[in-house]
Unconditional design. Structure first.
Lengths: 251, 367
């Protein structure tokens, strides 16, 4: 096994292949994300977007290829908890907030810091932690709902809470899976605003179907198709690419 | 620090309930001892024994609730921890018999003489001292829970698969304890106890103290459980129950959380079993029967899963019904038990305590 290549990129994927019973969900995929960058990933259904997220967060082990974070950590050897602690946060396609916990407790659970069970037994939130929670609540615009149970939030509010939980984790890289699926236009706009706010201090990878949302983000776009990268560039460049038009409209 | 942790963990309802449990544990033995037999307030000894038994079942139910209600681990083998604690106590009690056994052997319990044991098996040494037996009551179930939990939780065995493993564990233990070679009395188990800590197990005063001890243990378990689940650890624990993989992606090692409550719960079950054995006067392999563990889950479901108080209430309701029906209409009991399970699942998803919460006039709380 070769030592991971040193790279200036925050996230470095090279030749990643994942197959499930012979079906190649990812096929020799390579991707570079620079520190501070926000990147949008698009692609038709089954292009491998979610599998790629699974590989980066340690849920799925690749059959081949390198996955390097921050120039040194080999993500193919670590588990979810290790990777989360390294500084990669993930927002799921379906909002998964803790429904039986209040909004504030959701954020408290996500807050960077205490993770081991024996330290949490006697711990109360500190002043620093409480201030940070207030700060995040104002960024995601859920101050008024902070004592409401997660289950009682609207779909859009749950998505923002998830983004807030990512912020609380304070990761170097945020992976955001379809944040605006099922949102109203106003909510979509607010989400784009929240993500740009987040991008000021964090690198972000967004997977999304909604083209108007990707346009509103105004960032570099990577198009995936059948587990490989098909095109990369600004949204206008890639939408002019005949191969991209082919996979989106050709069938 | 520790007392504040324990005290603050309890809601007002739990505090009142703990006081109620303690009041029962103090009042019944006192009424049994102080009232004349003709008095309307006299508590007969069999009631004392019955309530003492129920209190132990309630502790077992609470232990099941701690793992099932708050961590989502549906253990169908919790009676094994109860029985192991019981066997430790049984071994201690056997060694107190001394020369008063049928064969009068000062060293070997009756069943060993009967089975021609040349000497005391190695694991019977030391258990005659309570300072040794006491810790073993906690250690033996805990170590089993630690080993089982370590492998199961690390391999991410969850849901129904975990339930099947726990069920298989208790069944395997039952088969093992049935064997005479096991050196634990085989089929007949351990019985014919005489003394506990120098007091006769038959005496009403001893029964009273055991009933009180069972109430005290239950009260203590309620306080500890309430403190654990309402702490920041408890928030993480219920989050593991509701969305385990989400917690992993947040950077939590959920195995540690599960293992801690599983072992804590097993220790509680073990202590409950140890208090149970001197009150019923026998421990045998039938205590490991898979049905016993399932019944304990039923007590929790009837009372209200994830409510702490509910399982205690459930254990009392179901066991009182069992005592009554197996006496009055023995052939009906199993049907009643089945019907109860169906009715509770259909109509009382949050159990009796949940029903109480629904019926209570809702107080308007500021958001």
């Amino acid at each position: 096994m070769n030592a991971p290549r040193s790279t200036s990129a925050l996230l470095y994927l090279s030749g990643v292949t994942v197959s499930f019973d012979g079906f190649k969900a990812l096929n020799n995929l390579s991707l570079l994300v620079e520190p501070g960058e926000m990147r949008a990933i698009i692609g038709p259904n089954g292009a491998g977007k979610t599998t790629m997220m699974d590989v980066i967060t340690g849920k799925t082990r690749p059959d081949e290829g390198e996955v390097v974070f921050d120039g040194k950590a080999d993500l193919t050897k670590l588990d979810e908890a290790d990777i989360a602690t390294l500084g990669i946060g993930r927002k799921f396609q379906k909002p998964t907030v803790f429904e039986n916990h209040t909004v504030r407790d959701n954020l408290l659970l996500a807050l960077a810091g205490l993770r081991s069970w024996y330290k949490l037994l006697g711990a109360a939130p500190t002043q620093v932690e409480n201030r940070r929670l207030d700060e995040i609540l104002s960024i995601i615009r859920l101050e008024a709902q902070q004592h409401m149970l997660g289950a009682r939030l609207s779909h859009g509010q749950k998505q923002w809470l998830e983004i807030g939980m990512l912020l609380a984790q304070n990761p170097k890289l945020l992976l955001v899976d379809e944040p605006v699926a099922g949102m109203t236009d106003v909510e979509t706009e607010t989400t784009a605003h929240v993500l740009r706010e987040v991008n000021k201090n964090h690198s972000v990878v967004v997977v999304e179907h909604d083209m108007s949302f990707v346009r509103a983000l105004g960032v570099k776009v990577t198009v995936l198709h059948e587990g490989s990268m098909l095109a990369e560039g600004s949204l206008d460049q890639v939408s002019a690419d005949p191969r991209v038009v082919e996979v989106y409209l050709g069938r | 620090m520790m007392t504040r942790f324990l005290w603050n963990g309890m809601s007002r309802n739990v505090r009142l309930f703990v006081l109620l449990v303690l009041a029962i544990g103090i009042a019944l033995p006192l009424l049994n001892q102080l009232m004349p037999r003709t008095s309307a307030f006299y508590v007969p000894s069999y009631i004392l024994q019955l309530i003492g038994k129920y209190l132990c079942y309630a502790s077992l139910a609470l232990a099941v609730d701690l793992v099932w209600g708050f961590c989502g681990i549906l253990s169908l083998g919790h009676a094994a921890f109860f029985a192991l604690g019981g066997y430790c106590m049984g071994m201690y009690l056997m060694r107190q018999i001394g020369t008063r056994g049928v064969y009068g052997n000062p060293l070997l319990p009756d069943f060993m003489v009967f089975l021609n044991y040349p000497e005391l098996p190695w694991f019977w040494h030391g258990i005659r001292y309570f300072w040794f037996a006491g810790p073993m009551i906690i250690i033996v179930p805990s170590v089993l829970a630690l080993a089982l939990g370590w492998f199961a939780f690390r391999s991410r065995v969850t849901g129904v698969y975990l339930s099947i493993i726990t069920q298989a564990m208790t069944y395997a233990l039952q088969l093992a304890f049935f064997r005479n070679d096991m050196g634990l009395g085989g089929n007949n188990g351990l019985t014919d106890y005489k003394d506990i800590l120098g007091f006769s197990v038959q005496a009403d005063s001893t029964r009273g103290v055991l009933c009180f001890a069972s109430a005290l243990a239950l009260a203590l378990f309620l306080v500890i459980s309430a403190a654990v689940v309402s702490s920041r650890f408890g928030k993480a624990l219920t989050a593991v129950r509701d969305a385990e993989s989400r917690m992993r992606f947040l950077g939590y090692r959920v195995e540690g959380y599960k293992l801690f409550v599983f072992v804590l719960s097993a220790a509680m079950a073990g202590i409950a079993g140890a208090l149970y054995v001197p009150q019923v006067g026998i421990i045998n392999p039938s205590e490991f029967a898979p049905g016993n563990s399932i019944e304990a889950v039923l007590w929790v479901a009837v009372g209200g899963r994830g409510t702490l108080v509910g399982p205690v209430v459930g254990a009392f309701i179901v066991n009182w019904a069992k005592t009554y029906l197996t006496g009055a209409l023995p052939e009906v009991w199993l049907f009643a038990l089945g019907a109860l399970f169906i009715l509770v699942t259909l109509f009382l998803p949050k159990g009796v305590v949940g029903l109480w919460e629904q019926l209570k006039p809702r107080k308007v709380r500021p958001a």
